[in-house]
Design a protein around this ligand. Structure first.
Ligand SMILES: C[S@@+](CC[C@H](N)C(=O)[O-])C[C@H]1O[C@@H](n2cnc3c(N)ncnc32)[C@H](O)[C@@H]1O
Length: 331
C-alpha cells in the first residue's frame, strides 16, 4: 500500500532547530537520516548545498516523498527502504559520514493511517506493522499464550493489569478474532472504564507496537551499526519518545562516554570504553512553545555524542538490555 502524504497529517519535525544546531558545526558532508518519515530533518539539512543525505525508512509509504526529494536534490539525496538495524547493508564506497540521526517512533501520517492500525482509535484488524515486519499484532493476540502476553504488556507497557488483560484476551479469542475495537473494549472492561489522563489502552498498544516492530533490537543494533560507520569526530543524535527508548539511548552514550567517575573510590571507566564525548549530559527537551504548537513533542528527548574512539565493543550494552530482547523474542 503506497499512500501519498495527507497534508492535514503533515508531521512537525520534533526538536528540529536543536538538532540542526548540534550537527551544523560538522556541515559539508554526508549525513544519514535513519528515520526519513516525511523528510523534515533531511530537508533542513539539505538546505545547505554542501550537505548530502542518505535516508532510510522501513515504511514504503514514504516513497511518494522520497521521489520528490530525488527530483529536487538529485545526487545529494539517496534513499533505502531498509530498517536501521540494516545500516551495515548500505554501500558507502569511500564516503565519510559526518553524522547519523534517529527520530524514533511514528510519523503523524502513520498514526492517522487506519490500515496500519497503530492507534486504539482505529477499527478493524490489529496490524501495527510499520514496514518490513515478520508478523502483525493480530498474530500476537491470536496465538501468544497467557503468560507471555502478560510479560509483553508488563515489560513493554508497564501495564498494572497485564495479567487480567491477558487472561481476558485468551478467553475471548476462542470465540472470535480480536480486532482493535475488541481489544480496546477488553481493556476498558478489565479497568472498569476508569477515567484517567491517558487512555486505558495506551500501555497495551505501546507494548504491542514494540514487539511487532522489534523496536528494542532495532534501536540497539541501529546504534551499534551507526557507531561503526562514522569516523572519529562524527556524531550520533537520537530523539526518543518513551522511557524504554530513552533508557537505552542514555546508557549507550553515558556508559561509553569520557566522563570520569566522580568518586575516587570507584575504578575509572577503562580508556578503551570511552567512545563518545558528551557535550550535554542532560537530554535536550522541547521548549514550551514547541509543545504548545505540537503537543506530541512533549515526551521527546534529544541525546547525542561525538565519537572519540574506534575500538569499542558494545558487549555490556547488549547484555544490559538482554532481558528486553528476550521478551521481544517471545514471538
Ligand atoms: C517520527 S518519524 C520521523 C519523522 C521525520 N524526522 C520527519 O521530520 O518527517 C519516524 C519514522 O521512522 C521510521 N522508522 C521507525 N523505526 C524504524 C526502523 N527501525 N528502521 C527504519 N525506519 C524506521 C518510521 O517508519 C517513520 O517513518
Amino acid at each position: 500500500m503506497n499512500a501519498t502524504i495527507n497534508l492535514e497529517h503533515k508531521h512537525f519535525p520534533v526538536l528540529l532547530n536543536e538538532l540542526i544546531s548540534i550537527i551544523s558545526p560538522l556541515y559539508g558532508g554526508t549525513f544519514i537520516d535513519c528515520t526519513f518519515g516525511q523528510g523534515g530533518y533531511s530537508e533542513k539539512i539539505l538546505e545547505n548545498k554542501k550537505n548530502n543525505i542518505i535516508a532510510l525508512d522501513r515504511d514504503k509509504d514514504v516513497l511518494s516523498s522520497t521521489s520528490k526529494f530525488k527530483k529536487k536534490y538529485n545526487k545529494r539525496f539517496k534513499f533505502y527502504n531498509l530498517k536501521f538495524s540494516q545500516l551495515d547493508q548500505i554501500k558507502l564506497k569511500d564516503r565519510k559520514i559526518k553524522g547519523v540521526i534517529f527520530d524514533l517512533g511514528y510519523s503523524l501520517n502513520q498514526i492517522k493511517n487506519s490500515q496500519k492500525g497503530l492507534s486504539f482509535s482505529d477499527k478493524g484488524e490489529l496490524n501495527m506493522k510499520m514496514g518490513l515486519n515478520d508478523f502483525s499484532a493480530n498474530e500476537i493476540i491470536s496465538n501468544m499464550d497467557e503468560n507471555n502476553l502478560t510479560k509483553v504488556f508488563k515489560v513493554f507497557g508497564d501495564e498494572k493489569y497485564s495479567k487480567k488483560i491477558a487472561r481476558e484476551i485468551v478467553k475471548k479469542r476462542v470465540h472470535k478474532t480480536i480486532k482493535t475495537e475488541d481489544l480496546v473494549q477488553i481493556i476498558d472492561i478489565v479497568k472498569k472504564y476508569q477515567k484517567t489522563k491517558t487512555h486505558n489502552s495506551t500501555k497495551v498498544f505501546q507494548a504491542l507496537r514494540i514487539i511487532v516492530n522489534k523496536e528494542i533490537s532495532e534501536l540497539i543494533n541501529g546504534l551499534i551499526n551507526s557507531f561503526s560507520i562514522i569516523p572519529i569526530g562524527g556524531i550520533i543524535a537520537v530523539v526518543s519518545f518513551h522511557s524504554i527508548e530513552d533508557r537505552i539511548v542514555k546508557f549507550f552514550f553515558k556508559h561509553y562516554s569520557e566522563q570520569i567517575n566522580s568518586s575516587r573510590y570507584l575504578p575509572e571507566a577503562k580508556v578503551s570504553e570511552r567512545c563518545f564525548k558528551l557535550i550535554n549530559k542532560k537530554p535536550i527537551l522541547p521548549s514550551l512553545s514547541e509543545i504548545k504548537q505540537n503537543p506530541p513533542s512533549r515526551s521527546a528527548k534529544l541525546r547525542y555524542g561525538i565519537k572519540t574512539n574506534n575500538k569499542c565493543d558494545f558487549k555490556e550494552f547488549r547484555e544490559k538490555f538482554n532481558n528486553l530482547i528476550n521478551v521481544e523474542d517471545l514471538r
